[in-house]
Every structure is written in structure tokens, then in C-alpha cells.
Design a protein around this ligand. Structure first.
Ligand SMILES: [Zn+2]
Ligand SMILES: [Zn+2]
Length: 254
């Protein structure tokens, strides 16, 4: 028996387009291959993602082709490939560069509408998954885990996961708000006596650190050491006392 997985794309005018995503063959007399395999599931997800992304990008670029002010078609200067990593595979898109319409004043003569709309080349969901797993396991293990369950390609490497985590950490650092009154008018105030970054709020005048209102507020250990102890607990099932024996060689992979 054969199963054909098809996608029906319906545009705003109601026109339908059918595209085949996968064909799955099954011998119904044998139940050893009951249901989809992981590889088939990943292949279907990847093909479906490519199809949806292609259509969304084509629609977006069609709208960008004309000047919104006068309706004239913008001249095309060339194209370049744009790689966009998603949880269901990396999509290689053709990103055009267009000339601005002379009817309006612009600082630059050309622009890339797709590159401007996708300043981050990784989808928020893949960033979320990579960051979440990297907080529990090493970057290498995170990459393996993600590749096992998602149709990711060779482009997703431990180094990419590390960069994602650093980017998210930098963004969180830049978005510090006062933990007491919620004001964003805060400035860095050096380190507290436990070595954590301290902040002072301009509005309520109080000082705080990132963990002031967390259950770890009164711990004398750094958050990195607490996180390491938690990871070892889950990985090796060690008691608190034995975790002290393991040295600090693994600190950098948190
Ligand atoms: Zn124009
Ligand atoms: Zn405050």
C-alpha cells in the first residue's frame, strides 16, 4: 500500500495548488513497520517546511517588488543566497537586492527586503530549543539531541549552539529591569561581595543582582556552580558531598 502526503496551498484569491511532500510505501501484512519511522517523520517535516517557507517568501517578495508610494516596479540589482536555520531544517533562500524608487529620498540606493525582515538567521523556536537544552547539557550533547529528533542538517554544530546561547545571554543582560519596582532605568554597580553583577535602580534607589528574588538569593555559590551541581546530580546521581570532589574542569560548558 502507498500513502501520498500532499499539501494543498490556498492563496488569498482561493486558488489551490497541490504539491506532493512524500510517498510512503507499507506492506500491510507486516506490522513491524507500524506507523511512521523517525526518518520519515523528519523528511516530511523538512519538505513541508521548505514548501511553506518558499511560498511565504515568494508572497512577501511579490509585495516588496513595487514601491508602496507610487506603485512602480523596483529595479533589481542582483541576488544572494540567504541561509535561514529553522527547527525543521536550514532553508536556503534567494534574497534579491532592489533599487529604492526615486520618488522618495533614501540614504542608500539599494536594499534587500528579505535580509531586512530576517535580521536573525535562526528561527526563534530553534534558538529557544538550543538555549533550553544547552542550559541542561553540553553544547555537543545539545547538538546531538536536537539532530536526533529534528530534521537538522550539518550546519547545526556545537559552535552554533554556543553562539546562540551567548547571544541570548547578551540580550538578557541588556534587558535588565529592577526586580523590586520593574523600572528599566538601571545601571551596573560593580560586583556584590559574592562576585555577582550588581545593579542600582534610578527610581527606587535599591541595589539588586540577577538572583535577588530567586531561591538562590542567599547562596554563597555562583549561579554557574549551582547549575553545574544540578547537572551533575541529574547526570551522575551524585550526593552533594561527592559533587565537591569532581573539580571544576567542566565549568566552561554550562
Ligand atoms: Zn515610487
Ligand atoms: Zn527599582
Amino acid at each position: 500500500m502507498q500513502f501520498s502526503v500532499q499539501v494543498v496551498a490556498v492563496d488569498a484569491a482561493g486558488a489551490e495548488r497541490i504539491r506532493e511532500v512524500a510517498v510512503i510505501g507499507r506492506d500491510t501484512r507486516q506490522l513491524e513497520t507500524l506507523g511512521l519511522s523517525l526518518a520519515e517523520g523528519k523528511a516530511i517535516l523538512r519538505s513541508l517546511q521548505t514548501l511553506v517557507v518558499e511560498q511565504q517568501v515568494a508572497d512577501h517578495l511579490e509585495r516588496e517588488r513595487r514601491c508602496p508610494a507610487c506603485g512602480k516596479a523596483r529595479r533589481r540589482k542582483g541576488t544572494h543566497p540567504l541561509h535561514f536555520r529553522t527547527a525543521f531544517g536550514t532553508q536556503t533562500l534567494t534574497s534579491p537586492r532592489l533599487h529604492h524608487c526615486p520618488c522618495q529620498g533614501h540614504q542608500q540606493r539599494t536594499f534587500s527586503p528579505l535580509a531586512a525582515r530576517l535580521p536573525e538567521r535562526t528561527s526563534p523556536e530553534l534558538t529557544y530549543l538550543a538555549t533550553k537544552w544547552a542550559s541542561l547539557a553540553s553544547y555537543g550533547l545539545t547538538t546531538k539531541l536536537l539532530r536526533d529528533v529534528l530534521p537538522l542538517d550539518e550546519g547545526v554544530q556545537p559552535e552554533m549552539v554556543r553562539r546562540q546561547v551567548q547571544r541570548v545571554a547578551a540580550r538578557i543582560d541588556g534587558e535588565v529591569a529592577c526586580l523590586r519596582c520593574g523600572s528599566q532605568a538601571v545601571r551596573k554597580a560593580g560586583l556584590d561581595r559574592k562576585g555577582a553583577h550588581a545593579y542600582r535602580c534610578w527610581d527606587c534607589r535599591r541595589c539588586f543582582t540577577a538572583r535577588s528574588t530567586t531561591p538562590f538569593a542567599d547562596y554563597r555559590f555562583l549561579p554557574a556552580i549551582i547549575a553545574l551541581a544540578v547537572r551533575w546530580y541529574w547526570r551522575y546521581r551524585l550526593s552533594c558531598n561527592r559533587q565537591g570532589d569532581r573539580g571544576s574542569d567542566d565549568l566552561l560548558v554550562i
